[in-house]
Structure formats: structure tokens, C-alpha cells
Design a protein. Sequence first.
Length: 329
Amino acid sequence: MSVRVAAGARLHFGFLNLALSHDRLYGSFGVALDEPRVVVTAERAAAVECDHERAREYAAGACELLGVEGARVTVTEELPVHAGLGSGTQLALSVLTAVARAHGVEPRVRERAPDLGRGGRSGVGVAAFEDGGFVLDAGHPTGLFTTEPPAQGEWTVPPVAARHDVPGDWRFVLVLPDADPGKAGDGETESMRASVEAADPGVADKIAGVVTRRVLPALASGDVDAFGAAVAEAGRLNGAWYADEQGGVYRPPVGAVVDSLAGSAAVAGAGQSSWGPAVYAVTDRDRADAAKRAGRRALAEAGVDGDVHVVRARNEGARVDGARDQQKS
């Protein structure tokens, strides 16, 4: 039995709070996308067989967690790595799910994600894999913050505080500049720690106001222009926390792309996803063609090459095909 798992990318708009003076830390918000995507297939095997380096590590970890002998794992599509689209989490959870279903085992992705090194600070990627849509997670109690990161597996994924379907006529412009990958691994951990230790709590208060009074109401009422403007403002405020770590409110050359996109009447707001270099802009079906042209123009004005896509949000979790009946947990 071969099992196929397909999961879309995610946009990460930012965090509610990085200041240690507030009760809860992090609290991320973002949206699941229909594409680009990662596609993984797995079938039972006597050992771990996989020619994709990162997937092989996740497959070995999954087999150990699940208590199964092995699996033959193939990655047929993958997300750009360290681009701000959640490639690591979506790959890890896709491999875990494919291996588990191939063996007739319940994957329990939220519970097992930390053992694969995923879902520590942000819960958006895990929640997007589970159910899609717009997600706001609850973060962690600030008292759990330590100067050294916890060992892999010694955390829980932040619970979902709010989730909404994204209206079907909304679209997201995805601009992927040809630029160095964003921060990841130890470099990301060091930058996040430095940002937390220096974070202005007043910025967190402003972001909380934007999210509660603008982002969530715009989703509930289906106001794409209000939503785009609100997430862009929340992203800009987040950038103030990271300016010393990434060379500005947006990392170069993202700032030039964002500025150009934000000036287009075809989009309702633009920003940087996670550490970039992925840039997003919010639009709708009627303005999609013009928004795509604005994305291409933004790359040209920034003097960089890259790709531009217009994609839908995904309001459901990862798709699993060929799964056998669950036999054990």
C-alpha cells in the first residue's frame, strides 16, 4: 500500500508578542496556501529508504516514534527551502503522516511534531497542516522562556486560539526573489533570542490591537482590503523587532519589493513572510492578473530576478490518499 500526502505552503504574518514583560510569548498568525506544495509518498519497508536527505532524517525519526521497522519514502514535490513558506514543518509532518498511514498507524502530528523538531515557537505550520485556513495560536507562557533553547521534543505545539476559513475569492500574490535563504536552525534561534531580549512591549500592544480590532473582524466580515492592510501593518510592526537581526524592517532586497507592491491598486497590503525572502500581497480574484503584473514589476524595480504566483488559501488540512484503515495509535 502506497500512501500519498500533499500539503501546501503557509504564510507567516508575525507574532503577537516578543516582550518578556507580557504574560504570553510569541502567538503567531498566518494562513495556509493551496500551493506551492510538498508531496510525499511512503510504503512499508524493512528499513528506511529515501534519497532525499531531509526527508530521510524525518522518516527515520517517524519510524522510531511510531515503533515501525521502516518505510520507502519519496518526495515528488517540495517547497522552496528557508524561503519563509514553512518548508521544514510541512515536509516533516507529510513524511510522518505518510509513514504512519502506510503502516496503519494514527500519526498524531500535533503530539509528535516536537519530536521532529517542529512547532516550537510558532504553531501556524502545524495548524495549517491539520486544518488549513487562517490561524492564530496562543503562544507559550512567558515563564517558560529560557536563554538556551529546550531540547528537541521538550515542548508542546502552541494551541490554536482562533481559526477562520479564508473567503474563496481572496487571493495571495507570492513573490519569490532570487535571494539568499532566510534564517533557520541555530542562526534563527540566536536571532529570535536576541529579538526577544530586546523587544519593546509597546510594539506588542500595537500588534494586539491590529489583530483583534482589524485582522479578525476583516476575516469575519470578508473584507479583503481591510484584511490586507491589517496584516501588512502587523508585519511592519513585527519587523521593528527584527531590524537589527535582518538589516531593516524587511530584509534586503525584500523591502524594495514590498514597497513597490504596496503602491499598487491591485493589492490590499504586502509584507514579508517569516524571515523571507518570500513576499506576499493580498488581493482578490478580480484583481489577480493585475496583482501578478504588480509582483513582476516589483521584482524589476528592486533589480532582482524571481518568480511570481497568485494562489488561493487552503481551508482544509493536508490531503492523504491511499491510507489503509487505522489499526493502532
